[in-house]
Design a protein around this ligand. Structure first.
Ligand SMILES: NC(=O)c1ccc[n+]([C@@H]2O[C@H](COP(=O)([O-])OP(=O)(O)OC[C@H]3O[C@@H](n4cnc5c(N)ncnc54)[C@H](OP(=O)(O)O)[C@@H]3O)[C@@H](O)[C@H]2O)c1
Length: 245
């Protein structure tokens, strides 16, 4: 479970543990990971690593041992701003965290999953990949999420029949530190139209909690579906159909 220190990743880790899974919690901030571990009743292993660094990604995989469920959740929304002003090195860093580390963890952990004949890989994406023109000033983020989706669908096709599934999860608009940064970043972040859009979502009370978003993903995880793009919004619609109140 990458990015397990806060936000959606913390909620997913706590939810997986509630189903009985031992969890390996990965991020840079040890204090946040320990906060997650304190919420988990099963075995929780804290592994601090910067996923931008491929040697640290390899160390994460080695420390994790046999993994049945890989959730690539960690990501950064920066660098943001007009593309002509971006630092190419910061763009490359975002690709390293949001894309290369995602693929690298699958590469490290797939042999064990294939040998055991069962595995679940879920890669977090975003509505930014569904509507690539939307995040004005979010070119790096949009690029990385689009890439993650292509990687995941192609991998799922390759793994068909192996017992290992690979799916995409778009978690909706969720109240996390990343969302606060996107909404309030002002001139240092994405375009004002983007800030305003997310401020409206917040004011309407339409932000999901991390636990709500995590719940939609965890409900789908045991199934055999593969190569799918799961949306939190599907879960909301299903809930409203079942109970419109
Ligand atoms: N929130 C939303 O509305 C929303 C919408 C669409 C998609 N998503 C996606 O959902 C996922 C989770 O987002 P969130 O909102 O929960 O974000 P968040 O609150 O910012 O949490 C991100 C997590 O990733 C970790 N992380 C970031 N950079 C890292 C690095 N270099 N190495 C290791 N860990 C790193 C962070 O820990 P450290 O900083 O301590 O490393 C943190 O635990 C992301 O993939 C995001 O793109 C979120």
């Amino acid at each position: 479970m990458t990015g397990a220190g806060r936000g959606i990743g913390r909620a997913l880790a706590v939810g997986l543990a509630a189903e009985g899974a031992d969890v390996v919690l990965v991020a840079r901030s040890r204090d946040e990971l320990e906060g997650t571990a304190a919420l988990v009743s099963t075995k929780a292993t804290v592994v601090t690593a910067d996923l931008a660094d491929l040697s640290q990604v390899a160390e994460v995989a080695a420390a994790a041992g046999a993994v049945d469920i890989l959730i690539n959740n960690a990501a950064v929304p920066w660098p943001a701003g007009p593309t002509a002003t971006l630092d190419p090195a910061e763009f490359a860093n975002a690709v390293a965290i949001n894309v290369t580390a995602v693929a690298a963890l699958s590469i490290h952990l797939l042999p064990g999953m294939l040998e055991r004949g069962w595995g679940r890989i879920v890669n977090l994406s975003s509505g930014a990949a569904q509507v690539p023109a939307f995040l004005n000033g979010g070119n790096a983020y949009t690029t990385t999420k689009y890439a993650v989706e292509g990687h995941t669908i192609n991998l799922a096709a390759e793994l068909a029949g192996s017992g290992v599934t690979a799916n995409i999860y778009r978690p909706g608009t969720v109240a996390t530190s990343m969302m606060t940064w996107v909404r309030e970043g002002g001139g240092t972040a994405m375009d004002a139209t983007v800030n305003e859009y997310f401020a409206d979502v917040q004011q309407r009370g339409d932000l999901l909690t991390p636990e709500q978003s995590a719940g939609f993903l965890l409900a789908r995880l045991p199934g055999e579906d593969t190569g799918q793009t799961w949306h939190a919004e599907d879960g909301i619609i299903a809930r409203l159909e079942a109970d419109p109140s």
